[in-house]
Design a protein around this ligand. Structure first.
Ligand code: PLP
Length: 444
């Protein structure tokens, strides 16, 4: 088998071939079962092989799979937009469908820039972002991303740099601790706005809980309330990138709902199609859409496959399934159970530095030495090693970045499908414990 399209295979040897998936398990062609402890790339949030979804997709395919969005709309696309308007908080009512999280982040940028143009303030074009963030791999989304390892080869082509510090309590960039810090990391947005000039700034984008670039960094209470206040005072739109955190993963539809803060635009992906079909969305509030509707009346973006009925039917079936089985609530329950048990493993495995996150989005930062919080040296690739050892124990984890910006530091993410049961959680922990024992052997 050729593997020329695989950029970074997990194993040095030939990757196993997958035969089929059922629930939280994937089955190799050799009959081995793999527990999907990270829902792939935090994507397959309702599990694999669900008949209701494949039936809905088949039904749609029998009618029509593709129409071009300038020619026709479809029941599937309209139904999905309606369902999102019903599920999302506040007046986030206007969905623009694309095919990947990166495209959705770029669309959100364009919506924000266009909003200010239509309001007669065309100088407001910059989008501020944080270090320790990831918004996508295309050049625009990568420009916003505070992820040095992914930026470094392309810096000549990136339009901007992140400028705002991350809310990273475990290694506070201001050497403070909560609550005496008085949320200095949130106030860093105000510093950045003043430095750049509010007349130049369209929006601030952030992942409510930082995913790949920080292994589930969870800002403290009050953080996003402060961010909202700063954005309002300086006429800056707030874009919540919920590609990884959204659609029930943290126990609420959006992770930002854990704070009292309503974004102006939301970016969705991953769990929206839940791996059944590529689909993502930038969803704008009434406030953002009003001047656009009264002005040019069209969002200047779009891709050939935007809003195709096939992907829309899959995503609509996924959202209905989530509702029917109360999966956000299940994520909250199972997430708490899993986090407590992982915390309990710290004593036996001191390399578990911090267990963080909300619901079924759990990050584990690894430490080489607990006493001085030293990370593993970069060249040891400790995070990748733990992911590999888990894989050999047939548990899939997701590697993530942590530690000093661009320096040493390792982490993994555990984020199984929201459908995981207590028994399956016990199985996940058993496999993880085995991987941790192998990791301790490797450390020696
Ligand atoms: N935004 C966030 C928060 C993500 O985690 C990702 C992907 O990991 C993206 C955007 C980009 O999504 P995609 O890989 O679908 O382009």
């Amino acid at each position: 088998m050729k593997r020329s399209y695989l950029i970074k295979p997990l194993l040095d040897e030939q990757l196993p071939e997958i035969a089929f998936g059922r629930g939280i398990f994937l089955y190799g062609a050799d009959g081995k079962d793999y527990l999907d402890g990270s829902s792939g790339a935090i994507t397959c949030s309702i599990g694999h092989g669900i008949k209701e979804i494949t039936d809905a997709m088949n039904e749609q395919a029998k009618k029509v799979s593709f129409v071009y969005r300038s020619h026709f709309t479809s029941k599937a696309a309209e139904g999905l937009a309606d369902k999102l308007a019903e599920l999302l908080p506040g007046d986030l009512n206007w969905s623009f469908f694309v095919n990947s999280g990166s495209e959705a982040a770029e669309t959100a940028m364009k919506m924000a820039i266009q909003y200010w143009q239509e309001k007669g303030r065309p100088s407001k074009t910059a989008v501020l972002s944080r270090w320790r963030s990831y918004h996508g791999i295309t050049m625009g989304a990568l420009s916003l991303s505070g992820y040095p390892e992914r930026r470094v080869r392309f810096t000549d082509h990136l339009a901007s740099n992140p400028d705002v510090s991350a809310p990273y309590c475990f290694r506070c960039p201001f050497q403070q601790s909560y609550p005496s810090c008085n949320l200095m990391c949130a106030d860093d947005l105000e510093r950045s706005i003043k430095r750049m000039g509010e007349e130049n700034i369209a929006a601030f984008i952030a992942e409510p809980i930082v995913g790949a670039a920080g292994a589930c960094l969870t800002p403290p209470p009050g953080y996003y309330e402060r961010i909202r206040d700063i954005c309002d005072r300086y006429d800056v739109l707030f874009i919540a990138d919920e590609v990884m955190t959204g659609m029930g993963r943290t126990g609420k539809v959006l992770a930002i709902e854990h704070w009292d803060c309503l974004p102006d635009i939301v970016v969705l992906g991953k769990g929206l199609g839940a791996g059944y079909s590529p689909i993502a969305a930038a969803v704008a509030s009434d406030k953002v859409m009003k001047p656009i509707q009264e002005g040019s009346r069209v969002i200047m973006s779009g891709h050939t496959y935007s809003g195709n009925p096939q992907s829309a039917a899959a995503a609509l079936a996924v959202l209905k399934y989530m509702d029917k089985h109360s999966l956000a609530e299940q994520a909250a329950r199972q997430g708490q159970q899993l986090r407590e048990q992982l915390n309990g493993m710290q004593q036996s495995f001191p390399f578990i530095g911090e267990v963080r996150g909300i619901g079924l989005l759990i990050g584990i930062e690894l430490l080489n030495n607990h006493d001085d919080m030293a990370p593993f040296p970069k060249q040891l690739k400790a995070g990748a090693k733990l992911v590999e050892l888990a894989f050999r124990n047939r548990l899939i984890l997701y590697p993530a970045s942590a530690g000093e910006e661009g320096g040493d530091g390792d982490a993994v993410i555990i984020a199984p499908p929201l459908t995981i049961t207590s028994q399956e959680t016990a199985d996940l922990l058993k496999r993880f414990r085995r991987a941790c024992n192998h990791f301790v052997q490797w450390q020696k």
